[in-house]
Ligand binder design. Structure first.
Ligand SMILES: *Cc1c(COP(=O)(O)O)cnc(C)c1O
Length: 228
C-alpha cells in the first residue's frame, strides 16, 4: 500500500466510524501527523487533497512546511507537541492551530506574540487526561481555571481541548472525561484519537483525529526520518 492508499483507507474508516454512531463525517477533521517524515512524503497527501497536518516539534515544522505552503497555500498546520517559551515566536509564525497550550506562562507569551505579529492562530488546551508525570498538559482539575485565565487575563479565545490518553489502557473513560470538560466550558473542538483509537474517539465526540503511523507508516525516531 502507498501513502495515498493508506490515506484513503483512513478516510473511509473515519467515515464509517462517524456513520456507525449517527454523526456526520464532515464534522470530523483528519489531522495527518507527519512528524519525523520528510517534506516529500507529504506531497502525495497534498496531491490527494489532504490539507490539515500535525507536527509535534516547532523546529522540524519550520524547516519542513514553508516550502510546501508556498505550493499549497491553503494548508492548515497544527502544533500537537509541547510548546516552550523560547519557541513561541516561531510557533505563531508557522502554525495555524496550536493544540498544546497547557500553562499560564505559555498563554501569556502567546498573547503577547500574537499581538506583536498581528496573527491569531486558533488555540486548544492540552489536558494531561491520565495525570501522567511524563506527559504534557494541564491536569483535568485545573483545566477550567486555565481556560478562564486564557480568556479573562490574556484575551485568548480557546476553541477546544486536546489529549493523549495513557498507553495500554482502555481510552474511552479518558475521551469521555475530555468531552465533559469541553462541554462544561462551552468548547466546540475535541482533538482526540490517534492511529490505534480514532474510531473510539469519534464515538465519544472527537472533532479532530490525529493520525500518524496508520497513514505514514512506521516512525524511525533514531534516524530522524520516517521509513515506509
Ligand atoms: C505522534 C502523535 C500522534 C500520531 O500518533 P499515531 O499513533 O502515529 O497515529 C497524535 N498525537 C500526538 C500528540 C502525537 O505526538
Amino acid at each position: 500500500m502507498t501513502i495515498t492508499d493508506r490515506l484513503n483507507a483512513t478516510r473511509a474508516d473515519i467515515e464509517r466510524a462517524a456513520r456507525d454512531c449517527g454523526r456526520n463525517p464532515a464534522e470530523i477533521a483528519l489531522v495527518c501527523v507527519t512528524k519525523t517524515f520528510p517534506a516529500e512524503d507529504a506531497v502525495p497527501l497534498l496531491e490527494a487533497g489532504q490539507r490539515v497536518f500535525g507536527e509535534n516539534r516547532v523546529q522540524e515544522a519550520c524547516a519542513k512546511w514553508p516550502a510546501l505552503r508556498a505550493r499549497y497555500p491553503d494548508i492548515e498546520l497544527h502544533l500537537i507537541g509541547p510548546l516552550q517559551s523560547n519557541k513561541v515566536k516561531e510557533a505563531v509564525e508557522t502554525f495555524d492551530v496550536i493544540e498544546s497550550v497547557d500553562r499560564e506562562k505559555i498563554a501569556r507569551a502567546l498573547a503577547q506574540e500574537c499581538e506583536r505579529q498581528g496573527k491569531r492562530p486558533r488555540l486548544l488546551i492540552q489536558v494531561n487526561i491520565g495525570e501522567e508525570p511524563q506527559k504534557a498538559g494541564v491536569p483535568p482539575k485545573k483545566a477550567d481555571a486555565l481556560i478562564g485565565f486564557c480568556r479573562d487575563e490574556c484575551g485568548l479565545a480557546i476553541e477546544g481541548l486536546m489529549c493523549v490518553p495513557p498507553a495500554n489502557e482502555q481510552a474511552s473513560p479518558y475521551f469521555a472525561l475530555l468531552a465533559d470538560i469541553a462541554r462544561r466550558n462551552g468548547l466546540p473542538i475535541l482533538s482526540m484519537g490517534m492511529s490505534s483509537d480514532f474510531e473510539l474517539a469519534i464515538q465519544l465526540g472527537a472533532t479532530h483525529v490525529r493520525v500518524g503511523s496508520a497513514i505514514m507508516g512506521h516512525r524511525d525516531y533514531a534516524a530522524g526520518e520516517g521509513q515506509k
